[in-house]
Design a protein around this ligand. Structure first.
Ligand SMILES: Cc1ncc(COP(=O)(O)OP(=O)(O)O)c(N)n1
Ligand SMILES: Cc1nc(C(=O)O)sc1CCOP(=O)(O)O
Ligand SMILES: [Mg+2]
Length: 197
């Protein structure tokens, strides 16, 4: 699995940062009208196809199906309503969020392309009911997930990556560190480099 997992909140940002070297990118749109969501997903799909990047559509699995996208990310609530049979029929891979053992067990039962564990470190992005999981939890998740790739998320920075990968994460996902960077393009290149080593 790609070690660098970029997450952006707008297709414009995705178009700016993918050319810096991101090969796996999630479009995580929040609080937008459905038509705008679909417009952005279609644009991201086409852009990623041209630039050789894998697009992962967050939340909007129905739009992803309708717009012929092939990878979605689903949270625990999304799992209640997602049509996994339809996703499988159409060859759409899915990654799933997990935060505790019960969620991990449930997520693994669906046969995901990856499971995500978070927040590994404190995150500024959103209020969460889970405290920081820490690196020992990353190592436990890796053991429990078996062959399913593990994505670490939450409060990650290039400086924290050696510890995260040493603990067993296969991939590291980021929103805030790049979103708030003074120079997001340069910071993305730093991530690409840090994930290479
Ligand atoms: C790679 C990755 N991991 C976790 C999440 C979080 O998904 P979710 O719990 O559905 O929360 P939102 O991102 O929808 O707020 C993710 N998006 N990507
Ligand atoms: C969107 C999201 N989901 C998380 C989870 O644990 O499921 S942590 C998180 C925040 C993303 O990380 P940051 O902005 O700190 O890089
Ligand atoms: Mg979600």
């Amino acid at each position: 699995m790609e070690r660098f997992f970029l997450i952006t909140g707008h297709v414009g940002r995705l178009e700016l940062l993918v050319p810096q070297g991101a090969r796996l990118v999630q479009l995580r749109i929040k609080d937008q009208p459905e038509a705008e969501v679909r417009r952005q997903i279609a644009r991201a799909r086409d852009f990623c196809a041209v630039h050789g990047a894998q697009l992962v559509v967050n939340d909007y699995w129905q739009a992803a199906l309708e717009l012929n996208c092939n990878f979605v990310h689903l949270g625990q609530e999304d799992m209640d309503t997602a049509d996994f049979a339809a996703l499988r029929r159409r060859g759409v891979r899915f990654g799933l969020s997990t935060h505790d053992e019960a969620e991990l067990e449930r997520a693994l039962s669906f046969g995901p392309a990856y499971v995500a564990l978070g927040p590994v470190y404190p995150t500024l992005l959103k209020k969460m009911k889970w405290g920081p999981q820490g690196l020992e939890q990353v190592a436990r998740w890796k053991r429990m997930a078996g062959d399913t790739p593990l994505v670490a998320i939450g409060g990650l920075t290039p400086e924290r990556l050696p510890g995260v990968f040493a603990a067993g994460a296969d991939s590291a996902a980021v929103v805030t560190d790049i979103q708030l960077a003074e120079d997001p393009e340069a910071r993305t290149r730093e991530w690409v480099e840090a994930c290479r080593t």
